[in-house]
Every structure is written in C-alpha cells, then in structure tokens.
Design a protein around this ligand. Structure first.
Ligand SMILES: Cc1cc2nc3c(=O)[nH]c(=O)nc-3n(C[C@H](O)[C@H](O)[C@H](O)COP(=O)(O)OP(=O)(O)OC[C@H]3O[C@@H](n4cnc5c(N)ncnc54)[C@H](O)[C@@H]3O)c2cc1C
Length: 280
C-alpha cells in the first residue's frame, strides 16, 4: 500500500526519508505528469510519497560573501521577484512554463528531475551552482555537474533531499540566454544555450558556454573555454567558427516529437556563433 507523508519540519521529512523509500514531491509539476494515468484514474504511485512543499524551512533566498543560497522549496515566482538572484536565472525562469506552473514549481525539482530539456539546469551549470544534500546523518555539497549523470539520473541517496542550491557570486559576468521552442510559453525546449564572459578592457578573462537539450545532460567543456581565455574581443570574433567547431563534438541531439537532430544542431551552432559575435 502507498502512504502519503506530510512532514511539518525538515527534521521530520528526513526521518521519513530514512525510514521509507519515497518519492519526494515539491510542486509536483513534473512528478504528477510522470505518474498521471488516463482521465478518471488516480496517479500511478508505486511507492510512498513525501510532500515537502509546505516546509517553510526550505523556502528562503539569502546571500553571503560567497554567493546566493536558494532553498529547495522556493517557488519560481519567489525566485523571479528576488533581487539577489542572478539575472540569467531570472531570464530563464521568465521563459519557463507559465505563471501557474511557476507558482507551484521549484528550481530543485527541475534539477532533480534531470531532464535534458530542464531549462534552469543550463543556467546553473553556467553559474557553477552547487547543491546541498541533507539526510538524517548530515549534509554534503555537490557541484551540479557531478549530481546529474544522465537522462533523469542523479546521484541522490534514497534518504537524501536537496536542501538548497548555491550560486557563487559572478558580479562581472555578462550573460546571454536563448531558448528555442515551438512557442513563447509552456514550451519544452528544442535547444537552449547559456553563455557568459568577463572582460578586462578588450581581453576576454572568462568565457563560458552551456547547451541544453542537445545531449543526455547539459554540455559544458571547461577545457575548450580555457583555450580561448586571454584573447581579445576581435580575436574571439575571428575564431568564432573555430570555437563552434570545437563545441560541435558535444552537440549530439536526437530526433524526437519536438524537433529533428539536424535542426537542433544547426540552431545550436547559429546561437553559439551569435553569442560569440555579441561579445563587446
Ligand atoms: C505545463 C508544463 C510546462 C512546463 N514547462 C517547462 C519549461 O518550460 N521548462 C522546464 O525546464 N520545465 C518545464 N516543466 C517541468 C517542471 O515544471 C519543472 O521541471 C519544475 O521545475 C519541477 O519542479 P517541481 O517542484 O514541480 O518538481 P516535482 O514535480 O515536485 O519533482 C520533480 C522531481 O524532483 C524531485 N524533487 C523535488 N524536490 C526535491 C528535493 N528538494 N530533493 C530531492 N528531489 C526532489 C522529485 O522527487 C521528482 O523526481 C513544465 C511542466 C509542465 C506541467
């Protein structure tokens, strides 16, 4: 029999997760889609559910000298409205789903769902986000790229939940975001791209490129990025095609109901070039 657990504190939630194998439900906007059955039937949960959306302890945003901390239960709507949140993440959330979904759904849910088309994940990779995972025994911090390892595959122990997402400060990082979908709202991405750069006069001192929806996880390669750091803006523009060629080996999309792999590859390359030429 499937039980529903509604803890009233984080401590209680962790005890429940330690004692029972549960689905964690935050906003439920992914989980209910995965578990829904045809009209008139109850969702198809095959194990217990632990609801965390009422846990105030997980709903916070604050900053310290190192960066911004976003509690796992914070809804998109509250993230959108908070001045501490990096503009890139707000821009991504502005285009994510629709107001009704953003009123329910959480950033941590997007991360733990680990869909290649998860929009916020692309921004979080670009911003070097880290996750704090907690269980009854303590906590650990994991970079996002070490947490997600495949389509809907994450390194989470059964008794853990994501407590918060930490984004280091990047005060001088200029960012760029493109989402390609079938329409403006409620659109699952065909391709997403987040870019970032820092300048010292006309020298590029930081360069970042991350793609979503073109591989099993978000694609970012720090070695390729490093290769071009130190060049001038003009040199980056001159080498735009070379950089696109370097990144192309990671752009390995599939054909599915939303798009073809050929379209995704072409659009990805065009967007990357547009980003590189926009550096000024
Ligand atoms: C109509 C519609 C449109 C959408 N549009 C978009 C879109 O444009 N872009 C996009 O990226 N997504 C979109 N989504 C997907 C979804 O809204 C997001 O992925 C959202 O961020 C999920 O958050 P949630 O709180 O609802 O997660 P839930 O559904 O509650 O959970 C999702 C997964 O994360 C796990 N989980 C949740 N919280 C935690 C935690 N604290 N610790 C550990 N595991 C946890 C759950 O167990 C589950 O596996 C859309 C969904 C719908 C229904």
């Amino acid at each position: 029999m499937v039980n529903h657990h509604i803890p009233s504190s984080l401590k209680e939630a962790l005890k429940i997760l330690d004692a029972h194998d549960c689905y964690i439900m935050a906003g439920g906007t992914d989980l209910m889609v995965v578990k829904h059955q045809r009209s008139g039937l109850l969702p198809n949960f095959d194990k217990d559910v632990c609801y965390i959306s009422n846990l105030k302890e997980l709903q916070y945003i604050y900053e310290d000298e190192k960066g911004v901390h976003i509690g796992a239960g914070t809804k998109y709507i509250d993230i959108q409205e908070n001045n501490l949140v990096p503009d890139l993440l707000k821009q991504i959330i502005d285009e994510l789903a629709s107001p009704n979904i953003r009123n329910m759904a959480t950033l941590a849910g997007n991360v733990a769902n680990a869909s290649p088309a998860g929009d916020s994940i692309v921004g979080l990779y670009l911003l070097d986000a880290k996750l704090e995972l907690v269980n009854v025994h303590g906590s650990r911090i994991v970079p996002i790229e070490d947490f997600i390892f495949g389509v809907r595959k994450i390194h989470r122990h059964k008794n853990e939940l994501i407590k918060e997402i930490f984004i280091p400060h990047h005060d001088d990082l200029n960012t760029y975001w493109r989402k390609v979908g079938s329409r403006a709202a409620e659109s699952i991405s065909k391709v997403t791209f987040a870019g970032g750069y820092e300048l010292d006069d006309d020298k590029v001192t930081d360069l970042r490129m991350a793609f979503g929806s073109v591989s099993v996880t978000v694609v970012r390669d720090r070695e390729i990025e490093k290769k071009y750091i130190g060049l001038t803006i003009d040199e980056i523009h001159e080498k735009a095609d070379e950089i696109v060629e370097d990144m192309e080996k990671y752009i390995t999309p599939i054909t599915d109901q939303r798009s073809t792999k050929e379209y995704r590859l072409k659009v990805s390359k065009n967007i990357l070039k547009d980003f590189l030429l926009s550096i000024e």
